[in-house]
Design a protein around this ligand. Sequence first.
Ligand SMILES: [Mg+2]
Length: 443
Amino acid sequence: MILLVDMDAFFASVEQLHHPHLRGKPVIVCGDPTRRGVVTAASYEARPFGVRAGMPTAEAKRLCPHAEFVEGSPRKYVEKSLELLEMFLTYTPDVEPFSVDEAFLDLSKLGERGATREAAVAMARTIQQRIADEHGLGASIGIGPNKLIAKMASGVNKPRGLTVLDEEEFRQLFWPQDVQELWGVGPKMSEHLKRLGIRTVGDLGRAGEPMLEQSFGAVGVHLKHAAWGRDQTPVVPYHEGVDPKSMGHEVTLPEDSREEAFLEGTLLRLADQVARRLRGEGFVARTLTLKLRDFRFRTITRQKALTVSVDDHLAIFEVAKALWRANWKGEPLRLLGVSASGLEHKGEGEQGELFVQDDRKKTLQEALDKVRDKLGEASVVPAGSLMHRRDTGHVPFGAMKRKDGRTRRAGPEGAAGAQAPITREGAASQVKRTLRDQKRKGS
Ligand SMILES: [Mg+2]
């Protein structure tokens, strides 16, 4: 039996907890509410107005003008998330933090106490009750024989729902539903499936394996199993947590490009994103990989092993740029990617000596990271990733010249170098980093 505990409207509920005057009101958590941005989370009171996470703040304001707009504070959410994980660990040692507000609990090693449906339901009810009593928050829990079913069951009844499904019940419930409802099927995959005549989860379950394999490779077979409610993925407890093997970012360009300054600026932005993730999760990398896809969909990847481990964007950028220079023949490019592998925990092992001890640089980097943790990724970005357009003349700080000559603010969806403010993913990686630190300290 596996449980997925999913906190209801987590960020908004934590804000309501800290600020009693927000309780019972529509609350919208976002970045700086005076600036352009997107909704990070909406309380259940705001949802009937159509407010959803990811929607521009301005649109949320139109839909629900009387809502309270609150600037999100990741530290609060991370703290609460860690408190909750600690509580889950009193039920089973096999707890996998899945995101900042979701965790899998594996009951299979508990013997009698977790083996039956009744036992799992009883435990889920107690956990739900304790989350309400001790933390003043709501959670929805899904229970199933594997992670896939637990995850999908948790979404059936929200907020404060409790849903148990076995494979049979899973199929009864989900086979009539749109194929995109299946965990792991995104909008692109769903489009592709629909072009093949697969509209529902049931269609996918009934589809021929050879056809799926031909269209999607190994993923196709996996998808068919998922449609049947079958999943072998283990719950990975954080204390034996699997470290990521690589961290990468890639981007499909808005149009094919052979404009050197633009491509270079894009590489800088990717290097910056990779470096942020490395530092965010406490890793340094020994190997860097560049990926190029040209306008004919020809893809190459080129790797370089480094003599020192790196986690800063300039070092990563220099290597990525050199690889690009050496391998690009001037054809229009469609996609660029940069990834880091050969990951080691920062400060562990012998590689410490290999770091250039530049305290000023380190202090600056930490300060910049803090600013971005607090204010969002777009608050500070390498100038080179913003100024890559040939027609960019002098523009005020934080603004970006558009093709039509007017300027606009560099908001989360605005500037080329910017991205959505650090939110769920950022908070989740902070949770993981904290757990990893605890694990290393042996607590
Ligand atoms: Mg949630």
